[in-house]
Design a protein around this ligand. Structure first.
Ligand SMILES: Nc1nc2c(c(=O)[nH]1)N[C@H]1C(S)=C(S)[C@@H](COP(=O)(O)OP(=O)(O)OC[C@H]3O[C@@H](n4cnc5c(N)ncnc54)[C@H](O)[C@@H]3O)O[C@H]1N2
Ligand code: MOO
Length: 414
């Protein structure tokens, strides 16, 4: 059996970054991966800019001890041209936040720090040189890097790029992922009868793949038929960057995926991981398309996607990382377990330890056949393979779920 880390490395070795890119408008860029580095076409701010509402003055006009009286000779507002008239000697200009500082002025005094008598102004304290002025280029020099190639674009990047005059950007083509279910027991529409069940994995895996930034294509359900499975896999390979199936990867007489993949001319690079749930995961290639065979049990399919497919999609898309974050947490429970497999268990944050670490309680009955506990959970507790007993206060890993639309690193595709 492969150790989890080795299985992730193997899964990553099956995929190479997509080369094609496409230009998208900034409004459609969130969740996409920048295909190349974007630089500032001009310095920011574009001109010496006032940071406050007040008065632009020349420090050389403040002779001796204050207070000083200056004539208000003009007004400059945000949007006025920076190439306007110069500040006359002995005078001040009324200025608003964001306005270009008139030539000759070397400080802006805040309105609150002056007495404004309309045509005349009293300045009570001498400001320092450059006070309340954002000099041209002081935030970003011309040509400075704004967003590095490989960055997953978030709304904050959209704001920075828009502020610098970018309206479109080149992003990596979304990885195309074909998603299949296997199993003659699966129904996609009709009500369950006898031993048949609804297909949970295909809709879930499509949703996971889309949220990870892929273009997921629904390839339907395969019956438990080795020849038909081989024909279908051969037909789809080459048309996708990756195929993901669930079910039929275990050792049962009807678990045809491995045999069908070999019949179709594919290569199996690894099978079975020291992972609970998700042990029978299979890593393969078929006509240069990566193939990830996830187990049929829905919780095992979910965990397998999170560990392997998320990393593979990030690599295909040219992203720096898959956004998965594992933090330190503490057990809020006691348990004994069999060693040998790294375990991912749906868990809820019960409270916080005095140091601020999440204290976890696990949910569910340990079955990988249900998603119910997963949907009550705040994330997955991670129990290392070698741990045989857990006592309250023992360290655990925790992968919190990032809700769609909340927080960094959700990877939401716009
Ligand atoms: N003799 C052994 N049996 C099993 C082993 C083993 O090592 N030896 N491993 C178990 C583990 S662990 C898992 S996980 C499952 C995985 O088996 P398969 O990947 O071959 O999955 P199936 O047998 O096709 O299905 C398992 C289970 O999941 C249901 N299923 C399948 N697809 C879907 C779907 N799209 N939506 C909802 N539910 C689905 C299926 O009906 C089965 O109940 O094998 C154990 N057995
Ligand atoms: O992968 Mo299976 O679900 O470990 O139980």
């Amino acid at each position: 059996m492969l150790a989890v880390d080795d299985a992730v490395a193997l899964a990553l070795s099956m995929v190479a970054p997509v080369r094609e890119s496409e230009a998208v408008g900034l409004g459609h860029a969130v969740g996409r991966i920048a295909a190349r580095t974007l630089c500032a076409p001009r310095p920011m701010p574009f001109f010496d800019q006032s940071a406050m509402d007040g008065f632009a003055i020349r420090l050389g006009d403040l002779d001796g001890e204050g207070p000083w009286h200056l004539e208000v000779a003009g007004t400059v507002a945000a949007g006025d041209s920076p190439s306007g008239a110069a500040l006359p000697a002995g005078a001040a200009w009324r200025i608003f936040t964001g306005a270009p500082v008139p030539r000759g002025a070397d400080a802006v005094v805040r309105a609150e720090d002056c007495t404004d008598m309309g045509a005349l102004l009293t300045v009570r304290h001498r400001p320092r040189e450059g006070a309340n002025i954002r000099p041209l280029g002081s935030d970003i020099a011309r040509g400075a890097e704004l967003v590095a190639g490989g960055t997953r674009i978030e709304p904050r990047h959209v704001g920075l790029l828009a502020a610098n005059g970018h309206t479109t950007l080149d992003v990596v083509r979304r990885p195309r992922i074909g998603i299949l279910s296997t199993g003659s027991e699966l129904l996609s529409r009709a009500a369950p009868d006898g031993g048949r069940i609804f297909d949970a994995n295909r809709p879930m895996l499509i949703a996971l793949a889309e949220r990870a930034g892929a273009e997921a294509v629904d390839l339907g359900i395969l019956d438990d038929d080795r020849q038909e499975t081989a024909r279908t896999l051969a037909r789809h390979a080459g048309r996708f960057d990756m195929l993901i199936s669930s079910g039929a990867v275990s050792v049962g007489a009807r678990d045809f995926v491995r045999a069908a993949l070999l019949d179709a001319g594919g290569r199996v690079h690894g099978w079975k991981v020291a992972l609970k749930p998700g042990k029978p995961a299979m890593f393969a290639t078929l006509k240069r398309t990566a193939y990830l065979g996830l187990p049929g049990n829905p919780l095992a399919a979910f965990v397998g996607f999170e560990l392997f497919a998320r990393a593979q999609i990030a690599r295909l898309a040219g992203a720096g990382g898959d956004g998965a974050v594992e933090v330190r947490a503490l057990a809020g429970f006691a348990a004994s377990r069999k060693t040998g497999r790294t375990e991912f268990v749906p868990a809820r944050v019960r409270d916080r330890s005095p140091e601020g670490l999440p204290v976890l309680e696990t949910l569910g009955n340990g079955s990988s056949g249900t998603l119910h506990a997963l949907c009550q959970a705040d994330g997955l507790a991670v129990i290392p393979a070698g741990v045989s007993g857990i006592a309250p206060g023992d360290p655990l890993g925790f992968r919190a779920f990032a809700p769609s639309g909340a927080g960094p690193g959700t990877g939401d595709a716009a």
